[in-house]
Design a protein around this ligand. Structure first.
Ligand code: PLP
Length: 392
């Protein structure tokens, strides 16, 4: 047997894992079980979870389950291939049409996840010779997508318009195409981009604006239409995910019919990947029907009141966006964040420690996310546990 390569790889991987563990950066997945994303169990211990992005509590909604079951009966489970090869199924077409109407855009293109959406959109729109301006706190999928594009990538300080403007003044004149990319509601900071100002800046410099509304669509904005809608901003590309407030899985890019046609022809994660399974698309459509109706309003109101309740109880924490369902509690060291998460677990709460490289060094934190499925009593008991843990 010839074997020296694999053992040395194995040794290198082990050494890397040992070093991650020594830095308190080793990650592993909690083995949760159960249909609910808020009341869960880990190793048979019942826990109240405050870490899913199921903001409206739709992931175990019976309407989604029955839409998925109907779609399996009608269209089967797997989509069988990429849509350009295996064809479009009615579930894909209907979801795209309804999302377009909901977001008031000409067209929507579905992807298999939000991550794949960013990875498909940005490298299709920008390449060598182009400039992408990126908020420093943007999600990993945006940063990876920017790097993949091979455009010149310049980071501006988080939410800082003048930092973005300086970079545009300095770099735009030599760039062919210019893009500004931001999240609307930031995934680990829970704050909100100055969307109207960024849109004005983009227009002034002839740049396109790409806004990732992964955490906002469904949960925030008029009728759950997101923060661009609320700010009266029409980005050139709106990116969304179906894995958070929609309680399902998948992602989408929304914009003009030309954009959609272009992405169908140029976006590698669309062209070279199996289309979302029809039951997943059907469940997302069922979620959309809830989101845009009275039940969606009721769930958003419940979410907003849980957010107010927890913020009221943790008033000592800095708060940049009072209505965000994402509440970071920055503890500094990785060790401190891990310890806090462990203590909460012993008190019956699942709250994950978020550490570098997800967040900058020295800003490890607990990331608390609220859901319409949390009961007021759940939030009260979490607030009590946190009050014991966080210095007042
Ligand atoms: C801003 C942002 N964009 C994209 C994604 C990826 O979405 P998905 O989980 O659907 O892949 C995430 C996930 O957390 C996110 O926070």
């Amino acid at each position: 047997m010839v074997a020296p390569v694999l053992p040395s790889l194995e040794a290198a991987l082990r050494a890397d894992l040992v070093s991650l563990e020594a830095q308190h950066r080793l990650r592993s997945c909690a083995a949760v079980a159960g249909a609910s994303r808020t009341s869960t169990t880990v190793d048979a211990q019942p826990l109240l979870s405050f870490c899913s992005n199921d903001y409206l509590g739709l992931s175990d909604h019976p309407a989604l389950a029955s839409a998925a079951a109907d779609a399996i009966a009608r269209s089967g489970f797997g989509s069988g291939g990429s849509r350009l090869v295996a064809g479009d199924l009615p579930e894909h077409r209907e979801l795209e049409a309804e999302l377009s109407a909901f977001l008031d855009v000409e067209a929507v293109l579905l992807f298999s996840s939000g991550y794949q959406t960013n990875l498909g959109v940005l490298p299709a729109l920008a390449g060598p010779g182009d400039l992408v301006l990126c908020d420093h706190a943007n999600h990993a999928s945006i940063i990876d997508a920017c790097r993949l594009s091979r455009a010149r990538l310049s980071f501006y300080r988080h939410l800082d318009l003048s930092s973005a403007q300086k970079r545009l003044f300095a770099l735009a004149p030599t760039a062919r195409r210019k893009l500004i990319v931001t999240e609307s509601l930031f995934s680990v900071d829970g704050d909100i981009a100055p969307l109207a100002d960024l849109a004005a800046l983009a227009t002034k410099h002839g740049a396109a604006l790409v806004v990732d509304e992964a955490h906002a669509i469904g949960a925030l904005g008029p009728g759950g239409r997101g923060l661009c809608h609320e700010a009266g901003v029409t980005p050139d590309v709106l990116v969304g995910t179906l894995g958070k407030a929609f309680g399902t899985a998948g992602g989408f890019a929304a914009g003009s019919a030309t954009l959609r046609k272009y992405l169908v022809n140029r976006s590698r994660t669309f062209i070279f990947s199996t289309a979302p399974p029809p039951p997943v698309a059907a469940a997302a459509l069922a979620a959309l029907k809830i989101i845009r109706g009275d039940e969606g309003d009721a769930r958003r109101n419940a979410l907003a009141s849980r957010v107010l309740q927890l913020r009221g109880r943790l008033s000592q924490l800095p708060c940049r966006s009072p209505r965000s369902p994402i509440l970071p509690i920055i503890l500094g060291t990785d060790r401190a964040a891990l310890d806090a998460s462990r203590v909460l677990r012993t008190h019956g709460f699942l709250v994950q420690a978020i550490r570098p490289p997800t967040v900058p060094d020295g800003s490890a934190r607990l990331r608390i996310t609220l859901s319409a499925s949390h009961r007021p009593g759940d939030v009260d008991s979490l607030a009590q546990a946190l009050a014991r843990l966080i210095p007042q």
